[in-house]
Design a protein around this ligand. Structure first.
Ligand SMILES: [Zn+2]
Length: 491
């Protein structure tokens, strides 16, 4: 898309859909915002919303067509091949094509494809309302989301009433949040099943998820039956309030003369902070030493050049971070962490797995045709080099991945870094059925993928590898507990 000033009139820059190639044509003109009154500028914002709604509807129609066309263009199935993706190969292929082409996660792409298919079939009235700018894409998402929680036979009726409810009796367009509240009530009224049978199916969606965040933090989300989640939260809250009260008490009865110097005090912890500490304490025993029900299972990668810089070999991490000059470390499955934390975790490791290998190739670790399964050292190298599944955009951590021989073993492929890559089960399957393929561009783990539709995408080695390459060598610390499988929970 290009923005150009028309030569004869600076008030009306034109948007020409040039990058869209022959698929999107025409021009959209709008007045330069800097010359508008507040009211006119507001009107322009509304018009832009209208355009976004129209473009979203167009995108949904296109995405739905991708799935349909992929199914039409797929070669007929070879009956001897095993069934993959629950027989929904076209759907799986459409999702990966949309995810890579639009640079979104496969989760978002799958949601997009599912929404698009519904909007172009049974929910066509909702799509038309978006296309005409009567409702926003956010309203449409709320309607779909609430309708889906009803049995399919009720979707049509629900959506028709829901579209009427997008406006109040006075004709004001509700916000998406207001609409959701209103539709929840409608859903309760229309739902043909009892609450207990709904609970049974909702339980099937329970889960716990891990999301890495910035600055050495992460988010753990849990979706639980309320009777399990509420007591967990209440228990943590009780712990937090007790700890907070104890801290307040200690503050009140401080021995004279022991008070911290003004300005040096850390601000008091908030209740949410105390609850977070209580959660870690309940599960890990308050420290990383593994006295709680879970033993910490972490792998830290530290460039060996930094390790050797100023630390005695016998006690590599007895020193403060400042003394070692440690700059970067990677927590496997998370990303970069601060030096203090890395050293604290590494100090718990009773032994060190040394990856004294050239990180630009790792070639010394290859075993050629002598073994199909990569030996431990090679495996550790691959985990460090790849970090995650190597499919473009996939973030599944290395520990959940399988080792793929790029050129299959039975076709003469070697067990060496230049012919191996980590793939998650789903993307391994996409490669195995021949839908997607890849080749190694270098010995350092740069791959070029080719999609089922013939589009190409490149993926490079993980950041951990880049850190390692700085120093040329790397060491990986795995606390002893990492090697043993954790005790299975009692259910
Ligand atoms: Zn993957």
């Amino acid at each position: 898309m290009q923005t150009e000033l028309a030569a004869d009139d600076v008030w009306f820059p034109a948007v020409r859909f040039a990058d869209g190639g022959p698929l999107l044509g025409g021009e959209v003109s709008y007045p330069l915002p800097s010359f508008l009154t507040a009211d006119e500028a507001l009107g322009l914002a509304q018009s832009a919303d209208r355009l976004i709604a129209w473009a979203t509807a167009m995108k949904m129609r296109a995405v739905a067509r991708v799935e349909e066309a992929v199914a039409e263009e797929m070669p007929p199935r070879d009956g001897s091949q095993p069934m993959r993706f629950g027989g929904e190969e076209a759907h799986a292929l459409a999702v990966t094509e949309v995810a890579t082409a639009c640079a979104v996660s496969e989760g978002s792409a799958a949601q997009s494809v599912n929404d698009a298919v519904e909007l172009t079939t049974c929910q066509w009235e909702v799509l038309e309302a978006v296309e005409e700018g009567k409702i926003s894409p956010a309203h449409a998402r709320v309607i779909l989301e609430q309708a889906r929680s009803l049995p399919a036979a009720h979707h049509g009726e629900f959506s028709r009433i829901a579209l009427l409810r997008t406006r109040t009796r006075q004709g004001r367009l509700r916000t998406a949040v207001e609409l959701r509240t209103s539709l929840r009530r409608l859903r309760e009224r229309l739902h043909p099943e009892s609450l207990s049978s709904r609970k049974a199916s909702a339980r099937r969606e329970r889960g716990v998820w891990f999301t890495p965040e910035r600055d050495g933090m992460c988010t753990i989300t849990a979706y639980l039956p309320a009777e399990a989640g509420l007591p967990i939260f209440n228990g943590l809250d009780r712990d937090a309030r007790l700890a907070s009260a104890r801290a307040a008490e200690a503050d009140t009865y401080q021995v004279p003369g022991t008070a911290a110097a003004p300005g040096s005090r850390t601000p008091p912890r908030t209740l949410p902070e105390y609850r977070a500490d209580a959660l870690a304490y309940r599960l890990l025993g308050g420290s990383s030493e593994g006295i709680g029900p879970f033993r910490p299972e972490v792998v830290v990668t530290i460039p060996v050049g930094q390790v050797l810089a100023g630390v005695p070999a016998a006690a590599p991490f007895a020193h403060e971070a400042g003394a070692t000059g440690l700059r970067t470390a990677e927590l496997q499955g998370y990303g970069p962490i601060d030096a203090d934390t890395a050293l604290r975790l590494a100090a718990l490791a009773p032994n060190w797995h040394r990856l004294f290998t050239d990180f630009s190739t790792g070639q010394a670790l290859g075993v050629g045709r002598t073994a199909y399964r990569p030996p431990q050292a090679l495996l550790r190298y691959l985990h460090s080099r790849d970090g995650t599944c190597r499919f473009p955009g996939c973030a599944r951590p290395a520990r959940g991945c399988e080792v793929d021989h790029t050129i299959e073993w039975q076709d003469g492929g070697h067990t060496e870094p230049g012919n191996l890559a980590l793939l998650c089960r789903r993307h391994h399957a996409l490669k195995s059925i021949g839908a997607w393929s890849y080749e190694h561009l270098s010995h350092g783990g740069d791959l070029r993928w080719r999609s089922a539709l013939g589009r190409t995408y490149s993926t490079g080695a993980a950041d951990a590898g880049a850190v390692d390459r700085d120093a040329g060598r790397a060491e990986t610390a795995e606390p002893a507990s990492a090697a043993k499988p954790p005790v299975p929970p009692p259910f």
